[in-house]
Design a protein around this ligand. Structure first.
Ligand code: ZN
Length: 179
């Protein structure tokens, strides 16, 4: 049974560590961790979560874009576990967009990210996959990959003026309903 895992927040040293590569994708403890992360990201209204965010310093994250109260305009996709992920190539276009983080509650920041990246990762079955990711999905991948290298989105904002509170973000981004 998948269990929600407590999410560690900024200040916890595990978020500043470099995560270890995964040697054995079939390890039952790793498969259980993947199930727990899938469950946790859904419960938290996240569009992604990295293993270090639940205090597991491993090269693993989930990308799970879908519209939800925290990201009303997110594209829909099948939640995907990505093991030992890397960026093979990227375009030259950096675009600023809003990001938040389950480990940095209450804040949003405008973060520059590449709009197109070619990536490689292992699926949870250990099979290597290469993909081109664009726009919001590419943004999630870059955000989560940073977590595996001890970085959070605050390290990427160009100015503290690019930070706003979650409440202000919701007020600006969510179109009010007709009633
Ligand atoms: Zn994050």
């Amino acid at each position: 049974m998948a269990e929600p895992r407590p999410i560690v927040e900024l200040g916890n040293p595990v978020l500043r560590q470099t995560a270890a590569a995964i040697a054995d994708p079939q390890d039952p403890a790793l498969q259980a961790l993947i199930d727990d992360l899938l469950h946790t990201v859904t419960l938290s209204n996240g569009v992604g979560i990295a293993a270090p965010q639940v205090a597991e310093s491993l090269q693993l994250f989930i990308v799970a874009s879908r519209p939800n109260p925290r990201y009303p305009n997110a594209p829909e996709m099948e939640p995907t576990a990505m093991l030992n992920p890397k960026i093979l190539a990227h375009n030259d276009e950096l675009e600023k967009g809003w990001e938040g983080c389950l480990s940095v509650p209450g804040l949003r920041g405008m973060v520059p990210r590449y709009t197109e990246i070619e990536v490689e990762y292992w699926g949870r079955d250990g099979k290597a996959t290469r993909q081109i990711l664009t726009d919001f999905i590419a943004r999630i991948f870059q955000h989560e990959l940073d977590h595996l290298n001890g970085l959070v989105f605050l390290d990427r904002v160009e100015s503290t003026h690019d930070l706003i509170s979650e409440k202000e973000f919701q007020a600006r981004m969510v179109t009010p309903s007709a009633n």
